[in-house]
Design a protein around this ligand. Structure first.
Ligand code: MOS
Length: 712
């Protein structure tokens, strides 16, 4: 059952709010997640992680554990089948070798998977895993992340390490105003509500995995390469996913489950615990970023420099590209932006909602606020003065750039015009009040995808696509897109997703999911309608059309393509305790055509709420002595909860991608971009003190004090 808030009209379904097509299944518990789907003969694996941060495994004392009740096997580097990890996967990057479990005796970080205990029940497996004694030859570790590490290197990732134009020295020399500041962000974790879970089984020579991931075709392809199998010999199913945020790709749990299913010839399930996710599921690297801006007295930029350092593991190079947003946002006579990494004895970081843009925008958009203060001009005016005509470094035209429209609409609705720019002058009892703003941008791309659409004799349609709905509402969006393309009502369209057997498709990532899949669905639906026009009647098996967008996407390369946004925040700072409370937030976005206002708003406000979390709460702390986390769980790692979240509003301005068949750009990530900076800028406006280190904890607020005109 679906409930259209507004029934099908002549204007179509895209753009009309629609509740999630699987919403009823989710709230009634009928929707089953990867860790709860029953299998006969199911065995349970429990991962054992290293307790040292660097060294070698000397021995795994599996004998006593094998004698424990229900224990079936203990897999480790001494007995596990071989796994391949030296290849380039669908996304153009190699797999993180952390997923290629039990292949050698080296330990590169604390929390490295060293064994899998398999038993008849999950409880027996856990008990035995906790009893397993592993001896290590421990070596000194280095987890000391800080600016100025001599071993930091410039590093390409999804973008070149360095982008520059013009003469930086000359631009600096001619700048009347210079802002030079360092910003830091801590290690942050995805923490999707549903932990990673996979069940693997062999079915007549075919490997089947029920999993929770962001792309079944992607995970199936990677597992086929890891186990040297024909791509058609692996099927991955992932129907409902309780959040991913970048963490749900190929990880240790699927590979361990496949290894155990192969050895035992039984279905084996491996589920990560919340604590294990802190070292096995990736995370956002801490960053230290230096921004140097040189400007004329009126704020026009002559120099824009952004140097961003992140950490990676010693086994895998992941670059958190914090310097990326500067390449898109503002023009300057001279640009120099650099991403660098340092390899430490830590787990591998990975993509996490708005990789690069989330921490990068904190530094850049805080620096812009500081420059506005130095120049004595309004922060929105400063952005207007530095609005580029074309890509500031690429020189490519923009495929729509409605940043200023977002600021205009946001300023109007937030009441920005009435703002007194002086810091530290608004008091309400023991609270100091302030407001702040920041800009947002996120790359708008698309990935090749295939889809099939089948017309049935009863007038209904079935869409099949290897899409993943990780909570975004993608399944519903695709239903609306298909309904319009087929000129029918959403109620007549069934969208089946989350199965690699539906063919190659892009991932739910990079804000590209709904856009990539909609493109493929549109193409197949159009083809189907043409065929139906030539068909006298629909046979019992239906009429099916298939699409592949691989060639069509080339059109996107001709322009710079981004979503933009303007973030506004109001905060209250408790001068007695140092607590910062966000009172309200408003985000106005130009993020392409909005397919489903209901779920799109949910995506945008979800990102903004994560921005509150990033600004004020989230911080994974490592103990230098052990190299491991202090309190890796939701009791100690605070994410914004209801009590932290006030009135958060998201809306958008007209912005249609001219090169996309539906006009979509993508809304998954831009909500978090700039959100932390808007809050930090509001904290400055409240207190008169700049906070350049996230999170803005009470102790930091108390230590920094206040410096407002009203407190002088
Ligand atoms: Mo997202 S970090 O592309 O899942």
């Amino acid at each position: 059952m679906t409930t259209a808030i507004r029934p099908k009209t002549s204007v179509g379904s895209v753009g009309v709010a629609h509740t999630r097509v699987e919403g009823r299944d989710k709230v009634t518990g009928a929707a089953r997640y990867a860790g709860e789907i029953p299998f006969t003969e199911l065995a349970h694996g429990w991962l054992v992680l290293s307790t040292v941060a660097r060294g070698r495994i000397r021995s795994v004392e599996d004998g006593p554990v094998l004698a424990m009740p229900g224990v079936l096997a203990v897999l480790h580097h001494g007995n596990a089948p071989r796994v391949e990890s030296d290849f380039i996967g669908m996304l153009g990057v190699p797999p993180d070798p952390t997923a290629a479990v039990f292949q050698h005796d080296r330990v590169p970080c604390l929390g490295w998977p060293v064994a899998l205990v398999v038993a008849e029940t999950s409880e027996q497996a856990r008990e035995a895993a906790e009893a397993l004694v592993v001896h290590y030859e421990q070596e000194p570790h280095d987890i000391d992340f800080h600016a100025g590490r001599p071993d930091a290197v410039e590093a390409d990732g999804t973008m070149p390490a360095v982008a520059q134009k013009g003469d930086a020295a000359a631009a600096l020399a001619s700048s009347a105003v210079v802002l030079d500041a360092e910003y830091t962000t801590p290690e942050e974790h995805h923490n999707p509500m549903e932990p990673h879970a996979a069940t693997a089984r062999w079915d007549e020579g075919r490997l089947e995995i029920v999993d929770s991931n962001q792309g079944t075709a992607w995970v199936a392809g990677e597992l086929a390469m890891m186990f040297s199998l024909d791509p058609g010999a692996v099927r991955v199913v992932s129907e409902h996913i309780g959040g991913g945020f970048g963490s749900k790709g190929v990880r240790a749990h699927q590979v361990a489950a496949v290894l155990a299913a192969t050895v035992l010839q039984r279905p084996v399930r491996v589920v990560m615990t919340r604590r294990q996710m802190f070292s096995l599921a990736g995370y956002r690297s801490p960053t230290t970023q230096r921004v140097r801006l040189g400007a004329d007295p009126d704020g026009r930029l002559r120099l824009l420099e952004h140097d961003s350092l992140s950490q990676t593991s010693t086994v895998y190079r992941f670059v958190e590209p914090g310097a990326g947003p500067a390449r898109v946002m503002y023009d300057a006579d001279a640009h120099r932006t650099v991403n660098r990494v340092v390899e430490l004895d830590v787990p591998s970081p990975t993509w996490m909602r708005a990789p690069g843009e989330a921490p990068g925008s904190f530094a850049l958009e805080s620096a812009f606020d500081e420059l506005a203060e130095k120049c004595g001009i309004d922060p929105i005016v400063l952005r207007e003065r530095n609005e580029p005509e074309a890509g500031p470094v690429s020189g490519l035209p923009f495929a729509g750039r409605n940043l200023l429209a977002c600021f205009r609409e946001g300023a109007r609705r937030f009441g920005w015009a009435e703002r007194d720019p002086r810091p530290g002058v608004r008091r309400e009892g023991r609270w100091l009040l302030g407001t702040g703003t920041a800009a947002a941008s996120f790359h708008a791309g698309a990935l090749p995808s295939t889809a099939t659409v089948t017309a049935h004799p009863d007038g209904t349609f079935t869409v099949r696509i290897g899409a993943a709905d990780i909570g975004t509402g993608a399944r519903t969006a695709l239903t609306l897109v298909a309904a319009d393309a087929l000129e029918t009502e959403p109620e007549r369209v069934r969208v089946r997703i989350g199965d690699s057997d539906f063919g190659p498709a892009g991932i739910a990532g990079g804000s590209m999911g709904t856009r990539s899949w909609s493109w493929a669905v549109m193409a197949a639906a159009r083809d189907l309608r043409e065929r139906l026009a030539l068909t006298a009647g629909i046979p019992p098996e239906g009429v099916t059309a298939r699409s592949d967008t691989t060639d069509a996407l080339a059109a996107l390369a001709q322009r710079e393509r981004h979503s933009f946004g303007a973030q506004f925040a109001e905060v209250a700072v408790d001068t007695a305790t140092g607590e910062v409370r966000v009172r309200r937030m408003l985000g106005i976005f130009a993020a392409g055509r909005i397919v489903n206002p209901l779920t799109a708003r949910n995506q945008l406000t979800g990102g903004m709420i994560w921005g509150i979390s990033m600004a004020l709460h989230e911080e994974a702390v490592r103990d230098p002595a052990t190299g491991g986390h202090v309190g890796p769980d939701l009791a100690n790692y605070h994410v914004a909860a209801h009590a932290d979240v006030p009135r958060v509003e998201a809306d958008w301005v007209e912005d249609t991608d001219p090169d996309d068949p539906v006009g979509i750009k993508g809304v998954g990530e831009i909500g978090i971009v700039g959100a932390a900076a808007a809050i930090a800028n509001a904290v400055w406006h409240a207190t008169g003190v700049r906070h350049r280190a996230l999170p803005i904890r009470p102790d930091r607020v108390l230590a920094a004090g206040t410096r407002g005109a009203g407190n002088a």
